[in-house]
Design a protein around this ligand. Structure first.
Ligand code: S3P
Length: 437
């Protein structure tokens, strides 16, 4: 039986301060680089979500000593050359970031391993990473019939060839996998992308002592460099905050202050779009530590208008598009989301899923090949929405309940813990109401 949760509000209003859990992308990379590096790494603000815990468990299986107490993690690593061959398969769960980045890391390690994932991840394409890695001389072979899919067996080759790679898709996961493999390459690896994707890997590599060159949309690093353990502070995840940013912008009389949320410019597309749609945004404080900017931002409701989202903006808000589509149903006029075909290979086909689910509530939304077209404003009814096992779809459904005239029942809401385990507590805190069960 599918687990369900019903969310209902009567004339809601969001108000208060929110500190969202740590950034998922940065948490993964902190565990990865702390384990590749020799010595001690202390992480604070680590995201205790299921995806990041999968990454942490994988490195324990590789013999890295990792202690976690809530959001504090300390890693004592002997360095990558001393990792142990794992007794069992390495399980990435639902996490595409774990799987794709681990492929790059394991390709240049000295261990042999098999990487597996859950039913959803096992359907997601891995060739975007394995093709460039194989051209570097990596040994990666499918255990099943389809060479694009997990499970994959990786025989670590302590040395790889350097490549100069032009990425066909703007993907931080692909870029990161090649840069991680590049640490074990003979020569200089260069990765170029048409549109810059999130750059947490580049920033954190530098923090661990790697000499790396950035030139426009290209990044290069020389293989053979050693990494030294360091302290990493993980700011709040703007992709988690995005659900409540959208809610604050959408619901009349709302005002929410987001404290210490990540403001890396490769991730702040959501703020630019909210502003373009007419929401009120105030930057209260901006800080930067160890290469990752973060700060405090206030978002308040205002009359909203439709907008166009496409081009270079897409990688800067790729994970926020489901909830922005919901917001567009409440804005005056037409919103066009285009150039976002990557949404089709996320945890689920997010173009199809968002369109199908919002239509159930009466939204005027049409699927296109590379996005969605939404006409607003429409009044939304209640209904039963599926999460498709996709955390961001589950949270979109809960936020839709704030605008809907009736209760929304979310099927399989447990997946929300993948990136935001305290989501429902924060929803209750900001609305001051207990959602109905
Ligand atoms: C991520 C990159 C993005 C994003 C994902 C996390 C990362 O995927 O959607 O949630 O941490 O590198 P792509 O690189 O495939 O666009």
């Amino acid at each position: 039986m599918v687990e369900k949760r019903t969310v209902a509000f009567h004339k809601p209003r969001l108000d208060g301060e929110l500190r969202v859990p740590g950034d998922k992308s940065i948490s993964h990379r902190a565990i990865m680089l702390g384990s590749i590096a020799k010595g001690r790494t202390n992480i604070s603000g680590f995201l205790e979500g299921e995806d990041c815990l999968r990454t942490l468990e994988i490195f324990k299986q590789l013999g890295v000593s990792i202690e976690r107490s809530g959001t504090d993690v300390s890693i004592d690593s002997p360095g990558m050359a001393e990792w142990k061959t794992p007794a069992d398969a390495l399980y990435a769960g639902n996490s595409g970031t774990t799987a794709r980045l681990m492929l790059g890391i394991l390709a240049g390690s000295s261990v042999e391993s098999v990487l597996t994932g859950d039913e959803y991840l096992s359907k997601r394409p891995m060739k975007r990473v394995t093709v460039p890695l194989l051209s570097m001389g990596a040994s990666i072979a499918a255990e099943g019939p389809d060479s694009d899919l997990l499970p994959l067996r990786i025989k670590g080759m302590a040395s790889l060839r350097a490549i100069d790679y032009q990425m066909p898709v703007a993907s931080a996961q692909v870029k990161s996998a090649i840069l991680f493999a590049g640490l074990q390459a003979e020569g200089t690896v260069t990765v170029s992308e048409e549109t810059v994707s999130r750059d947490h890997t580049e920033r954190m590599l530098q923090q661990f002592g790697v000499d790396l060159q950035r030139d426009g949309n290209s990044v290069s690093l020389k293989g053979g460099q050693s990494l030294a353990g360091t302290d990493v502070l993980v700011p709040g995840d703007i992709s988690s905050a995005a659900f409540f940013m959208v809610a604050a912008a959408m619901i009349p009389d709302s005002e929410v202050v987001f404290v210490d949320v990540g403001l890396n410019p490769t991730r702040t597309g959501i703020l630019d779009v909210l502003e373009a749609m007419g929401a009120q945004i105030e930057y209260i404080e901006e800080k930067g530590q160890q290469g990752e900017p973060y700060g405090t931002v206030r978002i308040s409701h205002a009359a909203l208008r439709g907008t166009e989202i496409g081009g270079d903006m897409i990688p800067r808000l790729i994970d926020e598009l489901p909830t922005l589509a919901l917001l567009a149903t409440q804005a005056e006029g037409r919103t066009v989301i285009k150039d976002a075909e990557e949404l089709r290979v996320k945890e689920t086909d997010r173009i199809k899923a968002v369109t199908t689910e919002l239509k159930k509530l009466g939204a005027s939304i049409e699927e296109t090949e590379d996005g969605m077209i939404i006409e607003g404003p429409t009044s939304l009814t209640g209904g039963t929405l599926s999460s498709y096992g996709d955390h961001r779809l589950g949270m979109m459904a809960a936020i839709a309940a704030l605008a809907a005239s009736d209760a929304i029942t979310i099927e399989d809401p447990a997946c929300i813990a993948i990136s935001y385990p305290s989501f429902f507590e924060d929803l209750e805190k900001l609305t001051g109401s207990e959602d109905a069960e």
